[in-house]
Design a protein around this ligand. Sequence first.
Ligand code: J81
Length: 283
Amino acid sequence: SDAPQRTLPLHCLQISSFTNRSWSRTDGSTWLGDVQIHTWSHDSDIIRYLKPWAGGTFTDQQWEQLQHLFRVYRSSFSRDMQEFARIVQADYPFELQLFAGCEVHPGSIPESFIHVAFQGSSIVHFQGTSWVAVPDAPQWVGKILQVLNHDLGTRATVQWLLNDTCPQFARGVFEAGKSELEKQVKPEAWLTGARTPGSDHLLLVCHVSGFYPKPAWAMWMWGGQEHPDTQQGDTVPNTDGTWYLRVTLDVAAEQAAGLACRVNHSSLGDQDIILHWGEKDLV
Ligand code: J81
């Protein structure tokens, strides 16, 4: 169909820890939106699928070619970074993080990127056809850029990975995993409350758990109005790929009666969950 094709960003994370001149480890993962699809451990020669559809629409041969490229890359990376560390006299231990990926927007060109961080701060990224330093990068980064940009073969490969491989792979893997990625899982919700020691206040907690996708809304309600003192928690992952959220409210004990928690999520349509506070919820 001609309908705009929705996709999700494809992200690759690499963490490389350099302990001393002769020892380092590199671990990697790939994500489609908030779903992890690959893991690549330091002690493994292969990039492992975490989902049966993690190969997307690539053929076995295409995937084997990529695996080979990344195996060469991983060992070259460790060697080259040790050499750079020697050139700029970096102190050990140090940590390098690579964040790379692409997002395919319907009807416009894909956006791809690679960012490199040293000791947690961004230093270098790939732009157009070459490596460039971030504006506030330390002075020594200049020396390394000269060497990096001298390697035309790697620059060509990076452009190919960013401009062709990544968008093609992202589209394919989204297509292959579509039913799982677009699943809707309803939340469960429950209330707990505890007396705040040394006062006549209650801390009420509305728990919302097991939902997918991530966006969810929960609020303490009083007389049909959103209670302005509601404290929003962060939405955090459960271990099974679903999400958990809680909202809390600190109230005087005598005001607790009549409070309710209201929950909305895409899986519920307009059937919000409404839970009324009661003494039974005290723990
Ligand atoms: C302490 C210093 C911190 C500095 C941080 C700098 C960030 C560096 C980012 N660069 C890289 O990640 C590339 C590292 C590997 C690269 O340098 C090459 O060694 C490697 C092998 O290249 C050689 O063989 C290639 C064919 O296999 C070509 O012939 C090339 O010309 C030749 O030099 N390059 C690759 O493996 C290419 C794939 C790169 C994929 C990068 C993804 C991030």
